[in-house]
Design a protein around this ligand. Structure first.
Ligand SMILES: Cc1cc2nc3c(=O)[nH]c(=O)nc-3n(C[C@H](O)[C@H](O)[C@H](O)COP(=O)(O)OP(=O)(O)OC[C@H]3O[C@@H](n4cnc5c(N)ncnc54)[C@H](O)[C@@H]3O)c2cc1C
Length: 455
């Protein structure tokens, strides 16, 4: 197939689809090339026994995520609250706390330590997110250290350090040693603070999409119809001031402009001719993806609720460090969703599937009792094994990357425009950030094409 259009979009994740829809609405001819045989990218629904949908990729939305919430509303979709009633479980060090509210009943010295470190982190995050992160006053200092170094200097108790390791794994699916402290501050600030990132009610885990979050992508794809070409992994992009030629197997698309809406390390696998400027190339060499295996375990019913438990559990020593009740709105089957993140995903990914399942069930039994040993379904997805994701939840920067090459993250290069959640200014790494980036890339192109038309 050979086609000529105004804009070619690479990637039919939520960012690429939003960009494509905006451009079509602005009267542009658009083709979307998607490597997989489906749309949605990091959003994917699976089926529970009985047929209810369950997400194996991104799922929650929460207050402050205005862009994705507006899109959900516009597409005629609705949300429902994550189940939070009952007592949560927190295991930090040797202490186990079964508690209600936001704060586990742990050693008061460790809690005070967490509070002071969170206060410092939130203050820095506000300053960093108020402008481009690399322009922040402390940018050089923060980007010159890993988040682990920052934690060592600012968190004083072993309980406090364990807590921050746990939430680094839960939020970034990486270890504190992996990340630049500047990226950590930017990410926290882009979400409006640490509480917004880690809370269920009032935070990023508050609500779920009825029918599963992939419906957002499917509804966008319905509007775009046969403008989307599936099974078309882009391998080569030739470009000059006049436009682009994008090759995906036997499909070639010529266009005035391109939106490249794939995660940064995957954009690095595409061959560009001429090669991209050094700043962009160096940037994407320093942006790895996090690593997560997401597991949904289904039971006849949510048995933990009978014991007064919410299903929310965290542990700093179990590989399955974060668990939530993921039961569908109808109330059955009961579902616990757990995450193997960072180094726990490395280790679990090397096990054979039966051994991995057995270890997950051991952790769930440790949290919720022996009934957890008898699921009716076990659904897991190792995102590092996905060729066209390369890991999840998202990419982050290694130290000394944002300050040296951050300007290349969003800046268009000739006819090449960049989208994807990693390029967002608010809620980077989340669906909300992906939506923001899609709108921004479409606006950039509309402005340029309008100016050209006027000349
Ligand atoms: C397990 C998990 C849990 C998560 N939890 C949440 C959550 O609760 N809430 C939340 O908001 N976010 C969550 N996220 C993150 C969220 O899913 C992402 O931020 C969002 O979906 C990213 O969208 P995107 O369009 O930027 O990128 P992607 O969804 O990655 O889209 C990129 C697309 O490009 C395609 N592609 C890649 N390479 C090529 C190529 N060479 N040629 C053509 N196409 C290509 C891919 O197949 C993909 O479809 C989670 C993600 C995962 C995996």
């Amino acid at each position: 197939m050979k086609t000529s259009v105004d804009v070619v979009v690479v990637g039919a994740g939520i960012a690429g689809l939003v960009a494509a829809r905006d451009l079509v609405r602005a009267g542009r001819e658009v083709v979307v090339l998607e490597a997989r045989d489906r749309v949605g990218g990091r959003l994917l629904n699976a089926e529970l026994p009985g047929g209810a949908p369950i997400e194996v990729g991104g799922q929650w939305v929460g207050p402050g995520q205005d862009q994705v919430l507006a899109l959900i509303d516009e597409l005629g979709l609705t949300t429902f609250p994550t189940h939070t009633e009952g007592r949560h479980i927190a295991e930090i060090g040797t202490a186990r706390s079964v508690y209600t509210g936001r704060v586990p009943r742990l050693n008061p010295v460790a809690l005070a330590d967490v509070a002071q470190a969170q206060w410092r982190l939130d203050r820095l995050a506000r300053q960093v997110a108020a402008r481009e992160p690399w322009l922040a006053e402390q940018a050089e200092d923060l980007d010159g250290q890993t988040f682990a170094t920052w934690l060592r200097r600012n968190v004083y108790t072993s309980g406090g350090r364990s807590f921050f390791r746990l939430i680094t794994e839960a939020v970034f699916s990486a270890e504190p040693e992996d990340l630049s402290a500047l990226w950590a501050c930017f990410y926290v600030g882009a979400a409006g603070g640490l509480d917004a990132l880690i809370s269920t009610a009032g935070g990023a885990q508050q609500d779920r999409v009825v029918g599963g979050s992939q419906r957002i992508a499917l509804a966008l794809a319905d509007e775009l119809g046969d403008r989307i070409v599936l099974g078309a992994p882009v391998t080569e992009i030739s470009w000059d001031a006049a436009g682009v030629q994008v090759s995906a197997g036997r499909t070639t698309v010529r266009a005035a402009r391109a939106v490249i809406a794939v995660p940064p390390p995957l954009a690095a696998r595409i061959r560009f001719g001429p090669g991209l400027p050094g700043d962009r190339d160096q940037l994407v060499q320093r942006m790895p993806m996090g690593r997560v295996i997401k597991v949904n375990v289904a039971y006849d019913e949510p048995f933990w609720r009978r014991d007064g438990l919410s299903g929310q559990a965290n542990s700093d020593h179990r590989p399955l460090g974060t668990v939530f009740d993921n039961t569908p709105p109808a109330g059955a089957p009961g579902v616990l969703v757990g995450f193997l993140e960072g180094k726990h995903a490395d280790a679990a990914g090397r096990l054979d599937p039966a051994e991995r399942r057995s270890r997950v069930l051991t952790d769930l039994t440790g949290y919720f009792g022996p009934q957890a040993q008898h699921p009716i379904a076990y659904i897991e997805r190792d995102w590092a094994e996905e060729e066209f994701s390369g890991g999840c939840y998202g990419a982050f920067t290694a130290p000394s990357t944002l300050t040296r090459f951050g300007t290349a993250l969003r800046t268009a290069i000739g006819p090449l425009h960049w989208a994807g959640t990693e390029t967002a200014t608010r809620w980077a790494g989340y669906m909300d950030g992906a939506v923001e980036s899609g709108h921004r890339a479409a606006r950039e192109i509309s402005d340029v094409l309008m100016t050209h038309a006027q000349i």
